[in-house]
Design a binder for this molecule. Sequence first.
Ligand SMILES: O=C(O)CCC(=O)C(=O)O
Ligand SMILES: [Fe+2]
Length: 297
Amino acid sequence: MGSITPPRAVEALPATSASEKILEILYRDGAVVIKNLLSLDSVAEITGEIKPYMDADYNSGLEVFAKQTKTVCGLAGKSPAAVKSILQNPNVKTVVNDVLSVTTESWWGDARNKCVSPPLLSSFFTVRVGPGSARQGLHRDDQDHHATHTHGDPKETTKLGCFVATSKVTKENGATEIVLGSHVWDDVRKPSVDEVSYGEMDTGDALLMLGNCYHGAGANVTSDSFRSVVVTLFCKGVYRSEENQFLAVSQEQAKKLDPEVQDLLGWKASAPFCGWYDLGHPYRLIREVDSVGSDLF
Ligand SMILES: O=C(O)CCC(=O)C(=O)O
Ligand SMILES: [Fe+2]
């Protein structure tokens, strides 16, 4: 009987790494940890902004989360610090665009029409995994989009995850279980717990993970340690977002966001004609612009 080689650790890179290096490891392994992506001050701000919602003792009651797990959703309207330090983080933006921007060309009459669809925010919530939480089933996040995987292509996915540690994250307190390399598997091969690596992180680190990589929340086997992460998922702009951002973030809240964040939430139509309102960009409802009649292209 051959012994099973223990899976290797998730590769960790400094936040100062070139985006090419981050993307190289992400496409090679399906996941990569970025050390100190957020400062401890930013983490403290996020934790403070989310605290009133956490204190409301909210539990989703969903089967997919352990009963000791608390969640706070719709963070784009609740935590300006999370918006700034995660959604507007230059490293995150570069990676998201590389993985999820969609560019296609097609004919419109005699014109060759090149369309670029920028990524969208798919969901933005925080998870606090309490002592005694059971492990989540291993899954691919792009299953929401009924994604299929047949080409062994690392980019064959509709989503990208960024999990920021707002507490220390250890194997014992429920670090995300990740099957490195599983992003290029077909849809038949079943992941097993023997194959998982643990996304252990210090506060402020972030785990970037392709939506086709098998993973799941680990079990929290401690008696007193809480594992807190901000989960941010992005998706291709031609798919619908997991969390309905138009309901999760009110128009009044959306008005206060920077235009690039409004666009990420879906307030800009995707070229050529996806997501329009009254034949124009929906952002006409929330921005001081006179764009009546402006073309969607
Ligand atoms: O909590 C985690 O580490 C992962 C959560 C997750 O994978 C999910 O909710 O889809
Ligand atoms: Fe997941």
